[in-house]
Design a protein around this ligand. Structure first.
Ligand SMILES: *Cc1c(COP(=O)(O)O)cnc(C)c1O
Length: 410
């Protein structure tokens, strides 16, 4: 097999998709630039605080920039959030009280939330505080409208959680159009239920975000899309002011809330990462689309297909074979800039039920806006690939992965 021919032919076949992505990148870049203009970003905002972090003008302005980009009332953008899962946890504990019930309408939530909610036992779960959980699975990759209506009419639900990206499942990720439709239906029945969206991996993939279509609060990670590969850690929560205020009180402490939180020198990185984010997301999407087309041409099952409308940056490739899956992930690692010589193996990761293999030769530990590929070791052996700081590096890593897979006897 001539690998370069295979990849370049696929690249020629996806030109139209790449053009659409370039347009999206332009629109989202304009959104970012306008927010920088409006908030008069200057070198002052690169300054840093230590200790309590009172009066951090950079931090407070970054939060305004995020709100402008999302079209939301308020935002919390903090390095004190360890990751996206932590920000989701803070939001859930901030918004729910004993006796309340939360409802997931996108099926089983992301693996790391199982112990948070109490789907899997943990003495500090929401369940341990007497907070209930209900779940409605998707049907045919869309919301189960009938069940949602019934549940909202029959029960008192405090908060609805919607996870857009598929996580380690085989369902499709949820586009803004689907979100818009379900939120309209929910609002016909219940005006007050808090609609919270796990927006991980979805930022800047489309030209609208969940707030634009009526979500109350959204959550995402800064070592994914919006960090642009430059933010060293952190996460954001954005949405209605009163809800963000509750999250701030819970993140730090009641009484101090958002007034504290030292930035320790990362303000410039967060701003610069955000500046790059539309382009980096576009590069990730191009890498995903090329991979999808290459493996489609090779006869593998892929999700999404190269010409599907995408909601996130994740690309699934179904290998149907444990060895092939592992070889592919190891090949992605070989094509990475950092730790290219390390060979990832499946291991028991905290927060996950199956063994997971993670290829991530990244500048920032665990960053998945940088090209990375992970997979739970279970049938049908699907690789979840995402990220790519530039398309060219993504393409080179894909080449390494295919060469490594071929050694396996492909
Ligand atoms: C990545 C991700 C999260 C958060 O993961 P962290 O690694 O904790 O940042 C949550 N939900 C979904 C759907 C994700 O993809």
């Amino acid at each position: 097999m001539d690998i370069d021919k295979l990849i370049n032919e696929a690249q020629d076949q996806v030109k139209d998709q790449f053009d659409l992505i370039d347009k999206m990148c332009e629109m989202n870049s304009e959104k970012v630039l306008k927010a920088f203009w409006k908030n008069k970003i200057s070198e002052t905002h690169f300054s840093s605080t230590t200790g309590y972090g009172y009066s951090d003008i950079g931090r407070d302005t970054i939060e305004k920039v995020f709100s402008d980009i999302f079209n939301s009332e308020d935002s919390l953008v903090r390095s004190q959030f360890i990751s996206g899962s932590h920000a989701l946890t803070v939001a859930l504990f901030a918004l729910l009280r004993p006796g309340d019930v939360m409802l997931s309408i996108s099926g089983l939530p992301y693996d790391t939330l199982h112990e948070v909610i109490g789907i899997k036992d943990n003495n500090s779960s929401l369940k341990s505080y007497g907070i209930g959980y209900k779940q409605i699975d998707l049907i045919n990759n869309d919301f189960d409208y009938k069940k949602i209506k019934e549940t909202l009419e029959e029960e008192k639900i405090k908060l609805i959680e919607i996870q857009r990206s598929k996580g380690y499942s085989t369902r499709k990720s949820l586009t803004i159009d689907k979100l818009e439709r379900v939120i309209k239906e929910i609002r016909k029945i219940n005006k007050d239920v808090i609609i919270m969206v796990d927006n991980c991996y979805c930022e800047f993939v489309e030209d609208r975000n969940p707030i634009d279509v009526g979500a109350d609060i959204i959550v995402g990670s800064l070592i994914k899309n919006l960090g642009g590969g430059i933010a060293p850690n952190g996460a954001y929560i954005s949405g209605k002011h009163d809800l963000i205020e509750l999250c701030a009180q819970r993140l730090t402490l009641p009484g101090e809330g958002r007034e504290v939180g030292p930035t320790l020198g990362i303000n410039k990185s967060i701003l610069q990462g955000l500046f790059f984010a539309p382009f980096v997301v576009a590069s990730s999407l191009k890498t995903a689309i090329l991979t999808s087309k290459v493996f489609d041409n090779l006869g593998y099952k892929v999700e999404p297909k190269y010409d599907d409308i995408r909601a996130d940056i994740v690309q699934n490739i179904e290998f149907g074979d444990e060895k092939k899956l592992i070889k592919f992930c190891q090949g992605i690692q070989m094509g990475s800039p950092i730790d290219s010589f390390a060979i990832p193996e499946p291991w028991d990761m905290p927060g996950y039920s199956d063994k997971v293999i993670m290829a991530a030769g990244t500048f920032t530990q665990g960053s998945s806006i940088e090209l990375s590929c992970d997979a739970p070791i279970r049938e049908p052996y699907i690789a979840y690939m995402q990220g790519g700081l530039t398309y060219e590096y993504g393409k080179l890593a894909l080449r390494c992965a295919i060469i490594n897979l071929q050694k396996q006897g492909e």
